[in-house]
Ligand binder design. Structure first.
Ligand SMILES: [Zn+2]
Length: 489
């Protein structure tokens, strides 16, 4: 509490963050400040000559301040086998053989171990500048495939891990009902399967349990049309629409074989089958959407859905190249996800989205909407990709924020301008400097809801979390889960 110069008395003390360059709602400002109220929400951008004298000041010399990143698609447990399935002998040579290694990781953790894995993953995210994660969570049952006495025990561990770090989280509780069209249950998927009614009951219970925490949101994720047949989508989507327009995420068209199986079962591709049923709207996020046609992209645009691209994972898995130019032309928002945790690096995701297209077309500046007549926006390439790293992810996860507009939560990060990758950066070139040159080594601080989480690139609990993760990784490596390898879709 403090007495204001005007003589008025109230409980509010605004804080003014003063970086060298401020980037907010798509614009870079030199020598401006970000005014944040004591609830941690943005009040406004303050040009240098208008700095109020009743604000507490936080000088940030040599820093650029930008909105925090959102990671719209994560499977935390997959961190366990990062870089351990790259060669053919271990990981095979396709997505489908890699998936068998993934099942071994999924078979490993109990709820306590899940907490430690997720904490390490979320620590890495926080230290990379990510304030919000969308956890696409599908390991529900115990190692023998039975429901825990609390059927949301694994989800609760993930949520507790995010809260212990201080991240915002949208937990996308995932429906996984079958191995695929005409397939027997897969032994590696036993921890994923639930019955449709059981799933909805557990989803509703999880949502009810977490209504009061502003850092936790609950959404739904019918895993894919492979794992959730068309008829089972509607109750899930209806539940989300009837309980406050919750986000719905699903994997779609990551692999051509998935499209072919859908064609065999339903006579059309996943995007066509689901849009024919009215399953997409502005709360829908489609993960990957790599193998789709222009007509399918037009259907996605018409529905107002977002696409979450995961370039660092997609290149790791050899999935193919997401046609981001088609999405940008038709005005489909693109967000990013770390997916398999092959890397957790939003900078890398952003530039790879463009670089994959450059290699495909042998051209440059593909996503520069500003020089593309007829495209849906006139964003410069850096502005567009920075929006994908920030506001589009918040939108996809149903959380207000991501652009530091007045009234939004003050979720932001700072980057060091003396980092060699950013040396010489000025306001005009800032978005492109961040997207095409910066690395996560330049991340200095992270604030969530106006409170500092990361300082000097480190979270205060980093040492303890790393120590626990090292033990856990050893446990995983010394007790490999034996599962028969079967390359199926
Ligand atoms: Zn995924």
């Amino acid at each position: 509490m403090r007495v204001f110069p005007c003589g008025g008395f109230c409980g509010q003390v605004n804080t003014l963050f003063q970086p060298d360059i401020l980037y907010a709602h798509g614009q870079a400002f030199a020598s401006a400040g970000l005014l944040v109220d004591d609830a941690g929400n943005v009040v406004r951008i303050v040009p240098a000559p208008q700095i109020p004298d009743d604000a507490e000041r936080v000088p940030l010399p040599g820093r650029v301040l930008i909105p925090a990143f959102a990671n719209a698609h994560s499977h935390a447990f997959q961190r366990l086998f990062r870089a351990r399935a790259e060669g053919r002998r271990v990981g095979g040579d396709t997505f489908w053989t890699w998936r068998e290694q993934m099942y071994r990781a999924a078979a490993f953790a109990d709820p306590d171990q899940m907490f430690d894995i997720a904490r390490a993953v979320f620590l890495e995210m926080a230290q990379t500048g990510i304030a919000l994660v969308g956890e696409f969570h599908y390991v529900h049952r115990d190692r023998d495939g039975r429901a825990y006495s609390n059927p949301n025990a694994m989800a609760d561990s993930v949520l507790a891990a995010a809260r212990s770090i201080g991240l915002r989280i949208t937990l996308l509780r995932t429906a996984y009902f079958r191995a695929g069209f005409g397939l027997d249950p897969h032994p590696g998927q036993m921890r994923f399967y639930e019955q449709p009614d059981e799933y909805l009951e557990n989803l509703a219970a999880l949502a009810t349990q977490h209504t009061s925490d502003p850092f936790i949101h609950i959404g739904a994720a019918p895993h894919s049309i492979r794992a959730v047949p068309l008829a089972d989508f509607r109750p899930i989507v209806d539940w989300c629409r009837s309980t406050g327009a919750r986000p719905v995420h699903l994997h779609i068209s990551e692999q051509p074989a998935e499209n072919q199986a859908c064609l065999r079962e339903f006579g059309s591709t996943p995007v066509t089958a689901l849009t024919d049923q009215g399953m997409f709207d502005a709360k829908t996020t489609l993960v990957h959407a790599i193998h789709i046609t222009e007509d399918e992209m037009a259907r996605i645009a018409h529905a107002g859905a977002t696409i979450c691209s995961c370039p660092t994972t997609e290149r790791n898995l050899g999935d193919g190249i997401f046609p981001a130019d088609l999405a940008a032309r038709l005005g489909v928002p693109i967000a990013f996800g770390s997916d398999s945790q092959a890397q957790i690096d939003p900078f890398e995701d952003a530039r790879q989205l463009e670089y994959h297209l450059r290699l495909r077309d042998r051209e440059r500046g593909i996503l520069d909407s500003a020089s593309r007549p007829g495209w849906a926006s006139d964003d410069s390439i850096g502005t567009a990709l920075l929006r994908s790293m920030t506001a589009n992810g918040y939108r996809a996860l149903g959380v207000p924020g991501g652009s530091l507009a007045p009234g939004e939560p003050a979720d932001f990060l700072t980057l060091r301008l003396d980092d060699m990758a950013l040396l010489g950066t000025e306001a005009a070139s800032l978005p492109e400097q961040i997207v095409f040159s910066a690395s996560r080594a330049a991340v200095d601080q992270l604030y969530v809801q106006g409170r500092q989480l990361v300082a000097n690139g480190l979270h205060p609990d980093a040492d303890e979390i790393r120590a626990r993760y090292r033990i856990l990784q050893q446990q995983f490596l010394s007790h490999p889960v034996q599962l028969p390898i079967q390359e199926t879709i």
